[in-house]
Write a new protein. Structure first.
Length: 347
């Protein structure tokens, strides 16, 4: 989901508690208590990185801007691990502020499909009506961005930057709301490459399957009840999974937490728990444990090169999704606990 967040950023130019592994409540039926504890510790680290306990910022050309996309990723992570509920509540309230809201989804003639869809999904995860988000009906706004072809497209003077992330997030959000247009799903299926994977960008001269995009599309297709197409994507993802359980981003040669987290979530959504468990094992190998600096414990590094603050927030948020065994179509903050859990370390 980081690609969607970065695209929007360019377009607009713009309580700690300790938990013991054995005692931590499992947040998914297939997750072990130890994995659950580590997932919650990752959420706790993520929560402690938030500015004022409510949001993230990004730096562009030396200037700080609110980072709505990264903040939403954290909302998903908190809900997936059933923890840090107060941080998730603060985050959704921050996103409802007019200046924050319109800076993200667009104002006037500007309207961004990916941002609108992602925000609608965040509202649903938090139990907020997306049709009454602040003073905006995100569902109606999203419906207006649906082209005759079935593609959710940006209305912007900057051009149409919508992609597979935009489409899949919109499908999941509309499915959860109960008003999913069939043509949106059909359009997504029509973008499938011959090898079963899905591209990030539509209408390209050559269809190139993308690991992140395929992971997101699989979740959308499963939510929409189009399992056959989803399985084709899963098989391609399965072939892309390395022996250590990790997956590379498109064009890369080193597996990373972001891509593996999304793929792990897709595997879990389909009930492919062996593949998901392998992905989770890789993700846990990137998590900083009790031997790390106190301020870094619980974070998930982007890759095996080690912890880097600038990439760890995204990596942790998306890596958590590969540990939690729950799809974006089913994540809910309901029943979550407050506080920012930490790894149980002796010192």
């Amino acid at each position: 989901m980081n690609r969607s967040r970065l695209r929007v950023a360019v377009v607009v130019t713009t309580l700690a508690i300790g938990i013991a592994c054995a005692a931590a409540p499992a947040f998914a039926a297939t997750a072990t208590a130890a994995t659950a504890a580590k997932g919650q510790a990752a959420s706790g680290w993520l929560a402690r990185q938030m500015l004022f306990g409510s949001h993230f910022v990004t730096v562009y050309s030396g200037v700080k801007y609110p980072d709505q996309g990264e903040t939403i990723d954290a909302i998903f992570a908190f809900a997936a691990t059933k923890s840090a509920n107060n941080y998730g509540a603060n985050a959704i309230s921050w996103l409802e502020r007019p200046g924050v809201l319109y800076d993200y989804i667009g104002v006037g003639t500007e309207s961004y499909a990916g941002a609108t869809a992602k925000l609608a999904l965040a509202a649903e995860v938090r139990g907020v009506n997306p049709a009454k988000f602040g003073k905006v009906n995100l569902i109606s706004r999203l419906a207006k961005l649906l082209a005759k072809s079935g593609r959710y497209s940006d209305h912007s003077k900057y051009g149409d930057y919508s992609n597979a992330f935009s489409q899949s997030l919109a499908i999941i959000a509309m499915h959860r709301y109960g008003s999913l247009p069939a043509k949106a799903v059909n359009f997504l299926i029509s973008s499938e490459c011959k090898n079963g994977g899905f591209p990030l960008y539509f209408a390209q001269a050559k269809c190139v399957s993308d690991t992140d995009a395929t992971a997101m599309d699989v979740q959308a297709l499963l939510a929409a009840g189009r399992r056959a197409a989803a399985i084709r994507g899963l098989r391609w993802l399965g072939r892309a999974q390395l022996r250590n359980g990790g997956l590379d981003a498109a064009g890369a040669t080193v597996p990373n937490a972001n891509t593996t987290g999304l793929a792990g979530e897709a595997f879990a959504a389909a009930g492919w728990y062996k593949s998901q468990a392998r992905a989770a094992k890789f993700l846990l190998s990137l998590q900083l444990g009790c031997s790390a600096k106190y301020s870094e414990r619980g974070a998930i590094a982007y890759d095996s090169t080690g912890f880097v603050q600038s990439t760890a927030i995204d990596a942790t948020a998306q890596g958590i999704l590969g540990l939690a065994d729950v799809s974006l179509a089913k994540i809910s903050a309901s029943g979550s606990t407050r506080g920012a859990p930490r790894l149980a370390c002796s010192a």
